[in-house]
Design a binder for this molecule. Structure first.
Ligand code: GDP
Ligand code: GDP
Length: 454
């Protein structure tokens, strides 16, 4: 029995996966007409943000992907507001608060030729309390004589004002350097060679054909058995060459060992499954196509969902399914997998080898989805259109809005919607579905959460 004790959860943690993390966000705030759009144009290096000569023209929040010295980041122009609107001071504070919530770094633009206004004071107050790094740009410093006026902005209590001329580009490179310094560290792109073979957990109830499939995949070639460094025998992975690359099948020792007749086998099997998932990036859930889905199958699928791993569901023993029952069975399977419509599916026979070659493309697709990052600008452009076509339902007489969205992580992909007001669950699910459709996350779970700004 001691042999069954699962060590997979302690000292056998996976190699650190490459969490590329989100692209850092720089939010630009400031009163109307101080030159925010002009400055954004400078930063992104193209004339995309439309500069309106009409003071205070209301614009929508716009996002751009930018890069400086090889560092990529997202710029959010928090937009202008209608100067005639009532409660102007409140709106200014609100805008600054949004910026503080969503940004990693805040670029506060002040017109040095005008000096500090009441509105600037309000913004300054909000930003000082935000705990986020704030860079104060003293704009419209078109020549050296004007640098003195820039110095007056020290009074905002936000540290050194950086004089810049967005219009002429004066000192804008220096400003970008300062922004870059303030950005949070994001790990460098990790290459496949460094991350090692992709890790697969082969899971499924006893007798479903796991070891048969392993044998089939490994073929005649001798498989490399890889005892984990620092452990005695357990868990043991196998490295298998498939489709021109090496895959690491985790804890194959657990699959090959016949421990199912032993007492408590169920409990250990589930612990093993958890541990294998923990160490994997993608799971192949093996299901017996000859039977209806059992409680045990569903429990294993739940474990995969919980783990956040990519998922391929393989219906095995397809050779036992009669020709004329196949269509009906496909429909039945659709119905059974309603909880995970996103999981990729393959029908195989581990025994005959039929369609086993379809497993690798499915694994590759699922992992690809799992690692996908949608650029912030693209995500927001998509959501703007989506919300315009189908606005969230009004709640308590108020129209909730999606102010900004970002993909906060990959592996698995997680999205955060910054909203004003509560989005109904049905609407959140609708957004999730549409994100799936638009960006294609087949084989990967995704998560869409909201952050309400009251
Ligand atoms: P926003 O409302 O803050 O986005 O401001 P805009 O970028 O639309 O700029 C408002 C006005 O200020 C425009 O007429 C710009 O040409 C002008 N402007 C922007 N930056 C500068 C600058 O560095 N120097 C001068 N002299 N004018 C500028
Ligand atoms: P495990 O417990 O999940 O590792 O399952 P095994 O690989 O030991 O398989 C259990 C039984 O199912 C064995 O008798 C296998 O020969 C049989 N089996 C596995 N795959 C297939 C298949 O594709 N078709 C058929 N007909 N039998 C299979």
């Amino acid at each position: 029995e001691a042999e069954l004790t699962d060590p997979g959860t302690d000292d056998s943690s996976p190699e650190a996966g490459p969490d590329l993390g989100p692209q850092p966000v720089v939010a630009v705030v400031g009163r109307p007409n101080v030159g925010k759009s002009t400055l954004v144009n400078r930063i992104i290096g193209r004339r995309e943000a439309v500069v309106e000569d009409v003071p205070g023209v209301t614009r929508d929040r716009v996002t751009y992907d930018a890069a400086w010295r090889g560092r990529r980041f997202t710029v959010v122009d928090t937009g202008g507001w209608d100067p005639d609107a009532t409660g102007m001071a409140l709106r200014i504070a609100e805008q600054a608060q949004i910026a503080a919530d969503l940004a990693d770094v805040i670029l506060f633009v002040v017109d040095a030729t005008v000096g500090v206004t009441d509105a600037d004071e309000i913004v300054g107050h909000v930003l000082r309390g935000s705990g986020k790094p704030v860079i104060l740009a003293a704009n419209k410093v078109d020549n050296q004589q004007m640098e003195l006026e820039a110095a007056a902005l020290w009074s905002l209590g936000l540290g050194e004002p950086y004089p810049v001329s967005a219009l002429h580009g004066r000192a804008s490179g220096d400003l970008l350097d300062v922004i870059l310094d303030a950005l949070p560290e994001t790990p460098k792109q990790t290459f496949e060679a460094e991350r090692g073979p992709r890790r697969v957990a082969l899971v499924g109830k006893p007798n479903v054909g796991k070891s048969s499939l392993l044998n089939k995949l490994a073929g005649e070639e001798r498989v490399l058995v890889d005892p984990m460094a620092g452990t005695t025998r357990d868990p043991v992975d196998e490295l298998i060459q498939l489709g021109g690359r090496t895959w690491r099948f985790v804890d194959t020792a657990g699959i090959r060992r016949r421990d199912r007749e032993l007492k408590g086998a169920d409990f250990y099997a589930s612990m093993r499954t958890r541990a294998a998932l923990e160490r994997s990036e993608v799971a192949v859930v093996l299901i017996d196509a000859g039977e209806v889905l059992t409680e045990q199958d569903l429990r294993i699928i739940s474990l995969v969902i919980e783990s956040g791993r990519a998922m391929v569901v393989a219906f095995n023993k397809w050779d036992l399914v009669d020709e004329d029952r196949r269509y009906y069975l496909e429909k039945e399977i659709d119905r059974q997998l309603v909880r995970v419509p996103w999981a990729l599916r393959v029908n195989i026979s581990a025994m005959t080898g039929w369609h086993v070659d379809r497993l690798v493309p499915a694994l590759e697709k699922a992992l690809d989805s799992w690692s996908t990052r949608v650029p912030t600008a693209r995500l927001n452009a998509f959501l703007t259109e989506l919300v315009a076509a189908t606005p969230p339902p009004v709640r308590g007489g108020k129209q909730p809005k999606i102010l900004f969205a970002t993909q906060a992580s990959t592996e698995p992909p997680k999205f955060v919607l910054f909203t004003s007001g509560f989005l109904e669950e049905t609407y959140r699910r609708f957004v999730e579905r549409r994100i799936r459709e638009e960006f294609g996350f087949a084989g990967s779970p995704i998560e869409v959460t909201m952050k309400i700004r009251e």
